[in-house]
Design a protein around this ligand. Structure first.
Ligand SMILES: CC(C)(COP(=O)(O)OP(=O)(O)OC[C@H]1O[C@@H](n2cnc3c(N)ncnc32)[C@H](O)[C@@H]1OP(=O)(O)O)[C@@H](O)C(=O)NCCC(=O)NCCS
Length: 426
């Protein structure tokens, strides 16, 4: 019998604790960043001020999860990725099966969640429904319950892990239910106790004849969106909230609220909408000249080209490439897919000519929606929910590490305009 995830993490937590404590004790005063006024006023871009070991995003490579580049993880499934994010290792076959059981026994969702979702206004955004559903389950939190009982702080990580497993295990049912309730797809479909995370999600979506290809896409979706280091809006928000010892139901819900912004996770919805508008306007697959015209009009209207640019990356996002490779194998002639590629051939050259734009290349959101559309999920306001389903793994794994090492409440110092001026005008 393989060690349970709690036993496995116990070993890891002991190592992380002693390693980080010794390192910080010896080198705590070593400087790793200077901050300019541009950075203070510019979203702290490039300031090395956060700790996160689950993944890293080098600007010239893109996502690397626990030391493994994303391109080498595309054949894995969500369960393996979650295990990797949590422990830093890929599971053995036995560990995988054991971990699978830990998720399986937690997959059933309290009934009141369905009542809440069904009672919400019919035109609620699917991300609002998702955030509400997670928040509504806060009373189930192992962390909150045990904190109230006076649990020792050295054990905070255990209940955080329990909450993490519960949230990740329940989200496929919740996400699928949101699809069915919000878009009038009929009765909810019960989870199948024997199905794994991605399979069960596809089963509960209930879309017609999804087939193995669609399942492979969902697996890729789960891998690609699972984590993106610690400073992006959803990860940072979630960890700030969690640092106040608000439990994971509070902090994951908060992270999802950040993901719902058009400059972050909602960009997949925006990119698909933009793409469809262009195709409608030009009656099918537009020419490169027509795309260029539309890009220039969007920019002239003071709007962003969704799916392009990035706060950290300075190359084509490897997640974009992974989805592109998938489309090339499975539906190279799909007009939407072809248009995504034509846009990719046009947009970077236009954005490169705008000096203020630091990254003209596509990110994952430029393509992910077109993949879902191909398989019949045409309700694009739903796409960010699928992003969130995957990102819950990174948000919760980061929280378990923070509670393991005992990082304190986040509280940077803000400064006033007059203080900033006083630093330069003597
Ligand atoms: C992702 C994003 C928010 C990064 O922002 P950032 O770190 O401030 O990026 P930059 O430093 O390159 O931005 C500098 C300027 O270029 C603009 N810019 C960046 N990407 C742009 C794009 N795709 N289209 C038009 N303008 C863009 C910014 O809005 C900013 O303009 P401002 O100074 O007038 O406010 C930005 O590239 C963007 O809005 N992209 C479109 C939305 C998107 O795809 N989001 C998903 C990201 S994974």
């Amino acid at each position: 019998m393989a060690a349970s995830i709690f036993d496995k993490m116990e070993e890891k937590v002991a190592l992380w604790r002693s390693d980080m404590a010794a390192f910080v004790k010896e080198h705590g005063e070593h400087k790793v960043s200077d901050v300019t006024i541009n950075q203070v006023m510019g979203g702290l871009r490039g300031v090395n001020g956060l700790w996160c070991d689950t993944s890293v995003v080098p600007k010239d490579q893109g996502l690397i999860i626990r030391g493994i580049p994303m391109k080498d993880l595309t054949d894995l499934n969500g369960v393996e990725i979650f295990y990797l994010l949590l422990t830093g290792e890929l599971p053995t076959k036995e560990e995988y099966e054991e971990f699978q059981i830990a998720l399986k026994i937690r997959k059933f969702v309290p009934h009141y969640v369905w009542d809440i979702l069904k009672a919400m206004p019919k035109d609620s955004h699917p991300m609002t429904m998702l955030s509400m559903a997670v928040l509504s389950m806060q009373k189930e939190s192992c962390f909150a319950t045990n904190y109230e009982k006076g649990i020792n702080k050295t054990d905070f990580w255990r209940c955080t892990l329990d909450d993490a497993l519960n949230i990740v295990a329940k989200l496929p049912s919740i996400a699928a239910a949101i699809y069915r309730i919000r878009f009038n797809k009929g009765e909810l479909i019960q989870p199948d106790p024997d199905m794994r995370l991605a399979e069960d999600f596809v089963h509960m979506l209930g879309i017609e004849a999804p087939g193995d290809e669609f399942l492979s896409l969902i697996k890729l979706f789960l891998v690609a969106h699972s984590d993106h280091e610690g400073g992006n809006v959803s990860a940072f928000t979630s960890s700030v909230v969690n640092s106040a010892l608000s439990d994971l139901y509070y902090s994951v819900s908060a992270g999802f609220n950040g993901l719902a912004g058009p400059l972050h996770g909602l960009a997949n919805q925006e990119a698909l909408k933009w793409l469809l508008d262009v195709m409608k306007k030009f009656n099918g697959t537009p020419t490169k000249e027509e795309i260029a015209q539309e890009v220039n009009e969007t920019l002239a209207a003071g709007q962003v080209i969704p799916g392009y640019g990035h706060a950290v990356l300075r190359v084509v996002d490897p997640r974009f490439t992974a989805f592109y490779n998938f489309g090339k194998v499975h539906f190279p002639e799909d007009p939407l897919f072809k248009t995504v590629y034509h846009i990719y051939e046009v947009v970077p050259d236009i954005l490169k000519k705008i000096p203020k734009i630091q990254n003209p290349w596509p990110n994952v959101d430029a393509i992910s929606g077109s993949m879902l559309y191909h398989y019949g999920i045409t309700e694009f306001s739903y796409y960010t929910v699928m992003f969130a389903l995957s990102r819950s793994m990174g948000l919760t794994a980061q929280a378990v590490m923070n509670r393991a090492v005992g990082t304190p409440i986040v509280r940077p110092k803000s400064v006033t305009t007059s203080w900033l001026k006083s630093q330069v005008i003597k």
